[in-house]
Design a protein around this ligand. Structure first.
Ligand code: SF4
Length: 234
């Protein structure tokens, strides 16, 4: 019997890329589900917050996903495969089907497994407090996004990047809830780090300022309580 890969899809929505080198480009996000890293600020809140775990998820084939995109999304928009942790899945069927529609494919990953599939742009977001990225993924990264919740996250993230190509861009992104704290500690730490090392760039989640994702009714528009709640155990 033929083996047909199916993907657990948490969300699919059309918006624009709010971060990184491709900031502002029209983008269709395919958010897969499931990640062992449990970052307490993950946009896929079911990875860490018990109240956001979906009761059930659609399992879609690569053809299901590609057909929706071919029918509904302009050809110039990029497709961003994100998580959950998409690199845990065999992405070969999905990337083959998406490329057959002429789409450019970007991947956002913490790099904890070898990549299966062909992509056009790899954004690596290392998680030094959890499983660090594999060297084979670091070498493939086109850009890196270090999430900065405390100033120490900057050196810890950089320490995971041995083998990164010289042309890869390294972004320091303030974690959304910390970016808005009044003392400015995280933003100031990013500014000082960029001034000390001009290879680094200061980033921001511009789509959240716009609430761009919310305009697509398919996105999860609940206000997720980023940052976790240690008293409740998550
Ligand atoms: S590694 Fe990425 S997908 Fe996984 S929990 Fe952290 S932010 Fe979410």
């Amino acid at each position: 019997m033929k083996n047909i890969t199916k993907y657990p899809v948490l969300e699919r929505f059309y918006t624009w890329q709010g971060e990184g080198v491709h900031l502002g480009r029209a983008a269709y996000f395919v958010r897969l589900y499931g990640c062992p890293q449990h970052c307490p600020w993950c946009d896929s809140a079911g990875t860490w917050h018990p109240e956001y775990r979906p009761a059930q998820l659609p399992l879609l084939t690569a053809q299901d996903i590609a057909q929706t995109i071919a029918d509904e999304i302009p050809a110039q928009a990029v497709v961003v495969i994100t998580g959950g942790e998409p690199i845990l899945f065999d992405l070969q069927p999905l990337t083959t089907a998406l490329h057959a529609t002429g789409r450019r494919i970007h991947l956002e990953t913490s790099g904890i497994a070898p990549l299966r599939g062909e992509i056009d742009w790899l954004t690596l977001s290392p998680k030094p407090f959890g499983t660090v990225p594999l060297p084979c993924v670091v070498e493939q990264a086109d850009e890196v996004k270090i999430i900065v919740a405390t100033p120490q996250d900057i050196p810890d993230g950089l320490a995971t990047l041995q083998g990164l190509r010289d042309e890869a861009v390294i972004w320091l992104h303030p974690e959304w809830s910390k970016a808005r704290e009044h003392d400015g500690a995280v933003l100031n730490a990013i500014t000082e780090a960029v001034k000390a090392n001009p290879r680094l760039r200061a980033g921001y989640q511009m789509h959240k300022l716009y609430r761009a994702d919310d305009l697509d009714t398919h996105s999860d528009r609940r206000r997720i309580p980023l940052g976790g709640n240690r008293e409740l155990g998550f």
